[in-house]
Every structure is written in structure tokens, then in C-alpha cells.
Design a protein around this ligand. Sequence first.
Ligand SMILES: Cc1cc2nc3c(=O)[nH]c(=O)nc-3n(C[C@H](O)[C@H](O)[C@H](O)COP(=O)(O)O)c2cc1C
Length: 165
Amino acid sequence: MSRRSIREFTSEPVARDLLHRIVTAGIWAPSGLNNQPWRFVLIRDRGTMDRLARLTTYAHIIEQAPAVIVVYLDRTAMYNPVKDYQSAGACIQNMLLAAEELGLGAVWLGQILQNREQVNALLQLADSLELMAVVAVGHPAHRNHKSQRNPFATFILQEIGGPQE
Ligand SMILES: Cc1cc2nc3c(=O)[nH]c(=O)nc-3n(C[C@H](O)[C@H](O)[C@H](O)COP(=O)(O)O)c2cc1C
């Protein structure tokens, strides 16, 4: 619950080891049949990140971030679209939580999926790799972010059985 999307970063670089620890947390997400369909491109090169930034309306976030992790599903490793997409979500959430635990901040960027073909072209990746998200990572400029959730009861369809307390 203390994790927040971090969209403003200091200029401090993110060490390669930290980036690898975040991705390792992603790799340890559950997946159907343990098929591990996720693949990653790790970018800390300013020029590449600036070109990537041009492919989303959230350019300012990528331009500010010292690192991004581009998350893919390998279609050749997939076995069931719904379950493989769910696995990608679990993987990305694991990475967001790992970033938080390491004292870093991160945000899941999905708007860029609108330009998935250009992203693959920029990164010279085959169509068999399906873009899932870009995760921007860095040292948070601040931690003042607030977020909200609808009331608990909104989400509970039924509660069946068990003691009431
Ligand atoms: C599938 C998905 C796509 C998202 N895409 C974007 C995005 O393109 N730009 C952005 O700033 N935040 C994006 N977010 C972050 C959400 O805006 C954020 O998680 C939500 O507002 C709740 O805030 P919190 O993460 O701080 O709890 C995305 C989150 C998800 C799960």
C-alpha cells in the first residue's frame, strides 16, 4: 500500500545491479505452467531513451528517468493469451514492488502501447515480441504522491460464509 507511481526522478543514475535485481523480481513472478514468457530490454542510454520518449504522450517521464525497463511477452513462449497477459502483469507489479523496496521509484507506462510497432522498430525487435509496458525507474525526486482507491465495499461482489467478525 505504500508503493506509489513515481514520475519525477533525481538525476542520480541507477546502478546496473539494482536494475538487475528489479528484473529478477519480475522473473520470479508466477506464470501459467511456469512458462516465464517475459523478456526485457534494459535501457540507460540517454539517446535511446529520448527516442523512446517520443513514442508516448508521457515523454516527460521517460526524459527525466535515468533508466527504463521495456517489458515484452515472447509470443513463441506463450500458451494462453489471457494467462500470459496476467503473468506479464504479475511480473510488472513484482518489479514495481522491488523498486520500492530498493529505495527507488518506478511507474508503469502503458500509453506507449499505442506505438508498439515503432517501439519494436526502435529496439530492432521482431514482431514475435509483444510490448507489454515500459517501466521508468529512478531515485524519487520526492515521495509526496497521493493516490486513492474506491471504498472496499465497491469491489466485493459477495462474501459467502465464515464468521462475521
Ligand atoms: C496498465 C497500466 C497502464 C498505465 N499507464 C500509465 C501511463 O501511460 N502513464 C502514467 O503516468 N501512468 C500509468 N499507469 C500508472 C497508473 O496511473 C497508476 O498506477 C494509478 O494512477 C494508481 O496510482 P498508484 O500507482 O500511485 O497507486 C499505468 C498503470 C497500469 C496498471
